[in-house]
Ligand binder design. Structure first.
Ligand code: CTP
Ligand code: MG
Length: 236
């Protein structure tokens, strides 16, 4: 990708409460390999320059000895400890990067990201400074109050589901996360993705790029079953 450096951050520090399994979902077996292996391999085979893997304190050795080394994921330069929330893990990754031009932040629980989609998002981030993969929602989405009554039905044609990778100019996303991190005590916002931090704290727009419906996030047990099916239909 020319003279610009691109860093991928792969997030694997979550506990996976909604998955209800004793082993964190990013380490569950999918086709005989840990879930997080697949996205690491996609970034390894792409044009990104380095990969920062973020995981739990006690999972760093496991990642190094059972995934990074045996599967020759040579672009991993650091395996760092994440934080309590997803945004804490992202912040830790951003401050551990010495120098880069662009950063692609990816959920390690999304094994079906492809090399093609990674190259696409790299091209687009160089154009737009901030972009994410997403898909038009298929279902009608309802806004519901605390008593379970519908209060609004946003027009489906305007709704997209956010996926990862989410890609940004490095200095800009680091600045957004630094402001958010400093204000976090007072806000305690329900921040669930990186674009939200960028939009809120920099006031800049983010481009959404049409992704694939197969780039699912493994969140509940049904998703793992769907993933086994997808694994046999997608050619990497
Ligand atoms: N993640 C992380 N650090 C955290 C929380 C999440 O690195 N403190 C990662 C997860 O490992 C996952 C991705 O962020 O790859 C997306 O998060 P999510 O699907 O919410 O995973 P969990 O938080 O682990 O699951 P749950 O919300 O069901 O507890
Ligand atoms: Mg979570």
């Amino acid at each position: 990708m020319g003279d610009k450096k691109v860093t991928a951050v792969v997030l694997a520090a979550g506990k996976g409460n909604r998955m209800n399994s004793s082993v964190a979902k990013q380490f569950l077996m999918l086709g005989g390999k840990p879930v997080v292996y697949y996205s690491l391999k996609a970034f390894e085979d792409s044009s990104v320059d380095e990969i920062i893997l973020v995981t739990g304190r006690d999972q760093r050795d496991y990642c190094r000895d059972n995934i990074v080394k045996p599967y020759h994921i040579s672009k991993v330069t650091q395996i760092i400890e994440g934080g309590k929330e997803r945004y804490d893990s992202v912040y830790q990754a951003l401050i551990s990067i010495c120098q880069t031009d662009y950063v692609l932040i990816h959920d390690g629980a999304r094994p079906f990201i492809t090399k093609e989609q990674i190259e696409k998002i790299i091209d687009e981030v160089m154009k737009y400074k901030a972009c994410i993969l997403g898909t038009p929602v298929k279902e009608t989405i309802k806004v519901v109050d605390s008593n379970g009554f519908i209060t609004a039905t946003p027009a489906r044609s305007k709704l997209w589901a956010a996926q990862t990778p989410q890609a940004f100019a490095y200095e800009a996303i680091k600045k957004a996360y630094t402001i958010f991190h400093q204000e976090q005590d007072s806000t305690e916002a329900a921040v669930t993705d990186d674009a939200m931090v960028y939009e809120t704290y920099l006031g800049n727009t983010v481009k959404i790029i049409a992704g694939n419906y197969s780039n699912i996030k493994i969140t509940t047990p049904e998703d793992l079953m769907a993933a086994e099916v997808l694994l046999n239909t997608i050619t990497f």
